[in-house]
Write a protein that binds this ligand. Sequence first.
Ligand SMILES: CC(C)(COP(=O)(O)OP(=O)(O)OC[C@H]1O[C@@H](n2cnc3c(N)ncnc32)[C@H](O)[C@@H]1OP(=O)(O)O)[C@@H](O)C(=O)NCCC(=O)NCCS
Length: 299
Amino acid sequence: MKLENFDLQDLKARIEQHFAAGADAIGNDDALGSFIELRSALESGLLRAAEPDSAAPTGWRVNAWVKRGILLGFRLGKLTDQSIRGVMPASLFGHHPHITFIDKDTYPARTFLPEEGVRIVPGGSSVRSGAFVARGVVIMPPAYINAGAYVDEGTMVDSHALVGSCAQIGKRVHLSAAAQIGGVLEPVNASPVIIEDDVLVGGNTGVYEGTVVRRGAVLAAGTILTRGTPVYDVVDSTILKATAETPLIIPERAVVVPGSRAVTAGYGKQMGLSVYTPVIVKYRDDKTDLSTTLEDLLR
Ligand SMILES: CC(C)(COP(=O)(O)OP(=O)(O)OC[C@H]1O[C@@H](n2cnc3c(N)ncnc32)[C@H](O)[C@@H]1OP(=O)(O)O)[C@@H](O)C(=O)NCCC(=O)NCCS
């Protein structure tokens, strides 16, 4: 695709038309061509599934038509053999040895060149086509970045981290080992998970269901955030929750740690149970900056 000829409104109209056609779009060359254009625009960072918008209540606007375009790609794709051949010794197998990959032909794994400035440390990571990965991103193996995701400059995607479909990750974010950033394609107007600039997402964390983590926040290891998770802010004496209209939003520079709270009614109380709850214990200070200065020397 020639990005200099990129006509956003024209592409949007074609994507909407082919998406609305349902199964009739399968086998239509213009539908496939439109999807491939969309996919290239996503990979170049020109188009995003969600983007900053100061007029929106969360500060982010979801581009539902882009998500429809991503879904169109799944509809149009055919399962193909994308196996890597010749990497295992024939003597072990007695047949054509290869590592098997079978997926839709519209979503092969992305390839990169050194000039793109993305470090993909050897050992089993995969970036699906339709994902944007900026210069200076480091991907430790194994990690997976799904279609429609956006990973901005200088971010670290550590081992066993997942960046789900359409998730938006800011600049200089640290996604620690085993951090799971959930994806969302449907419903198409649902906001994806958004991690703003300079956030530390600790090891073994999970951020799901459209949660927005504002810039500079810190999620301690083991924190899980969903639409249904109330977050107790013991600094400002408030409880943060998602509503029908807005997702859970973690404030700027909040330091969130995994905690628990007592069940206060019924059988749960009788049995002395408590439930998991994340707690904002403080807002980032010099000590947090020290604790979160991770392996810069390794970059
Ligand atoms: C959150 C974190 C950065 C610490 O930040 P900090 O600003 O230095 O926090 P402090 O040590 O001042 O702790 C503040 C309070 O939170 C509590 N706390 C800190 N980390 C906590 C954690 N992980 N779980 C539960 N409570 C925690 C402290 O006990 C303290 O409570 P207190 O005031 O009642 O004593 C650190 O705990 C953390 O989780 N780092 C990420 C580690 C990681 O995943 N690394 C990635 C490797 S790939």
